[in-house]
Design a protein around this ligand. Structure first.
Ligand code: ATP
Length: 373
C-alpha cells in the first residue's frame, strides 16, 4: 500500500536574519489514498510546497507525522522514502543526454545495465521520447524537458510521485497538453500522485481529490465536483470556478410573510431576493443573520427557469470569450459577473435582465465564512 498519511503536520521555519519564526503549515491532517491523484491547491504562500517538500524529505518536520505505506518516514533520508519528485524547473543535467538524465538515478542505485535500458525504453515510449534519447536538454522544448523530468521519475518506479508546479514554466497551450499527459499517465500506471499547483483549473481537471489550502491550513478536501457544487466556505467558493462564485453581502430578513435575502443600501437601492425551496430551508434557521449570498456566473443566465429570480442590472463591462460573454455588473458596490451565451452583443450601460438560479445558490455566514447548513 502506498497511501500517504499526514498527521497533525507542522512546519515552523526558524527565525533568520531579521525574519521572525514563521509557521507555514499549521497542524494539517490529510490521507492520500493508495493510487490516488491528490492535488494541493491554494494561493502563493499557503504552504502547499512546504507540505510537499516535507513529504519528500527536503524539509524537516517540526511536529506531527508523515506515514508512507506502513512506515513513519519523518527521519528517513529522501532516497529511502520510495518517492520521486518532479520540479517546476525540471532540474535536468545539461551535460547529459535525455537517456543519461533518465537513467542517472538507476545507475547510482547500481541496477543491472539491461534492467536500466529496459526501464528507460519503456518510459521513453510512454512519454513519446524514443527519438530524443541522444539529445541534450538544450535541444528540447519546455514541454519535452518536462517530459524527461517525468520520465526520470517513472524509471525509478516509486511508490509515490510528487509534482511541484511542474507546468508553470510552460506556455498556456503546452500546459494544457502536459496536463492531459500527466493525467493519462496516472490512469496508466495507477501510482499515488501528489500534485501542487496554484491553478484551480489544473486542480479541477487533474485531481481525483483536491485539498484547498489557505495560510497553512486545509479548507476542504473533496473531489472536483463536490468542491464546485458544495464548497464548505466562502473562501473555497471564491477560489474554485472560473470566474469564481459571486459573493454578495447582505442579511436574511422576513418581509411580510417571505423570508428574503436583502442587499440594500440606506437609500433603498440594491436587491431583495425572496427565498424559496432548498435555499429557504437553509436560511430558515438563521433569521437576521448577516450572510454572503453565493451564486456562480454560470447560474445567472438570460433565460428564466423553474427556480430562477429575475432582476435587472446595468452592464458595466462585457468580455467576449468566444462561445460566451462575461457580463460585469454590480449590486451596491459589489462587483459581480454573469456568464451568458455570446449570441448577441451587449452594450455598456445597457439594462440587462438576469435570471438567477436559486436552486444552485449558496449562503455563507458573513463572520465565519462557513456555509449555512
Ligand atoms: P508558492 O506557490 O508561492 O510556492 P506555497 O503555497 O507553495 O507558495 P510555500 O513555499 O510552502 O508556499 O511557503 C509557505 C510560507 O512559508 C510562505 O509565506 C513562505 O514565505 C514561507 N517560507 C517558505 N520557505 C521558507 C524558509 N526557508 N524560511 C522562512 N519562511 C519560508
Amino acid at each position: 500500500m502506498a497511501q500517504v498519511v499526514l498527521q497533525q503536520l507542522v512546519k515552523t521555519y526558524s527565525p533568520a536574519d531579521k525574519n521572525p519564526a514563521f509557521t507555514a503549515v499549521k497542524g494539517i491532517d490529510l490521507t492520500i489514498r493508495d493510487g490516488e491523484f491528490m492535488v494541493l491547491v491554494g494561493p502563493s504562500g499557503c504552504g502547499k510546497s512546504t507540505t510537499l517538500r516535507m513529504i519528500a524529505g527536503l524539509e524537516e518536520v517540526t511536529a506531527g507525522q508523515i506515514i508512507i505505506g506502513d512506515r513513519v518516514v519523518n527521519d528517513l533520508h529522501p532516497k529511502d522514502r520510495d518517492i520521486a519528485m518532479v520540479f517546476q524547473n525540471y532540474a535536468l543535467y545539461p551535460h547529459m543526454s535525455v537517456g543519461e538524465n533518465m537513467s542517472f538515478g538507476l545507475r547510482l542505485q547500481g541496477l543491472p545495465k539491461a534492467e536500466i535500458e529496459h526501464r528507460v525504453r519503456d518510459a521513453a515510449q510512454l512519454l513519446g521520447l524514443e527519438s530524443m534519447l541522444e539529445r541534450k536538454p538544450k535541444a528540447l522544448s519546455g514541454g519535452q524537458r518536462q517530459r524527461v523530468a517525468v520520465g526520470r521519475a517513472i524509471v525509478r518506479k516509486p511508490k509515490v510521485f510528487l509534482f511541484d508546479e511542474p507546468l508553470s514554466n510552460l506556455d498556456a497551450k503546452m500546459r494544457v497538453v502536459m496536463r492531459t499527459e500527466i493525467a493519462k499517465l496516472h490512469d496508466r500506471i495507477g501510482a499515488t500522485m501528489i500534485y501542487v499547483t496554484h491553478d484551480q483549473v489544473e486542480a479541477m481537471t487533474m485531481g481525483d481529490r483536491i485539498c484547498v489550502m489557505r495560510e497553512g491550513e486545509i479548507q476542504q478536501v473533496a473531489d472536483p465536483l463536490s468542491l464546485y457544487n458544495k464548497p464548505a466556505n466562502a473562501y473555497v467558493a471564491g477560489f474554485i470556478g472560473s470566474p469564481p462564485m459571486n459573493l454578495l453581502p447582505g442579511r436574511l430578513q422576513t418581509l411580510g410573510d417571505r423570508l428574503c435575502f436583502i442587499a440594500r443600501q440606506d437609500d433603498g437601492a440594491g436587491l431583495v431576493i425572496p427565498l424559496g425551496g432548498r435555499i429557504r430551508a437553509l436560511a430558515d434557521a438563521h433569521p437576521g443573520r448577516e450572510v454572503l449570498f453565493g451564486f456562480r456566473p454560470e447560474d445567472c443566465g438570460a433565460i428564466p427557469g423553474p427556480d430562477t429570480f429575475a432582476f435587472t442590472a446595468i452592464v458595466e463591462h462585457a468580455e467576449p470569450m468566444g462561445a460566451e460573454t462575461y457580463l460585469h455588473f454590480s449590486v451596491n458596490t459589489t462587483p459581480l459577473i454573469a456568464r451568458h451565451r455570446a449570441d448577441h452583443t451587449y452594450g455598456i450601460g445597457q439594462l440587462q435582465t438576469l435570471h438567477l438560479d436559486l436552486g444552485r445558490a449558496h449562503l455563507f455566514a458573513r463572520d465565519t465564512g462557513k456555509v449555512l447548513a
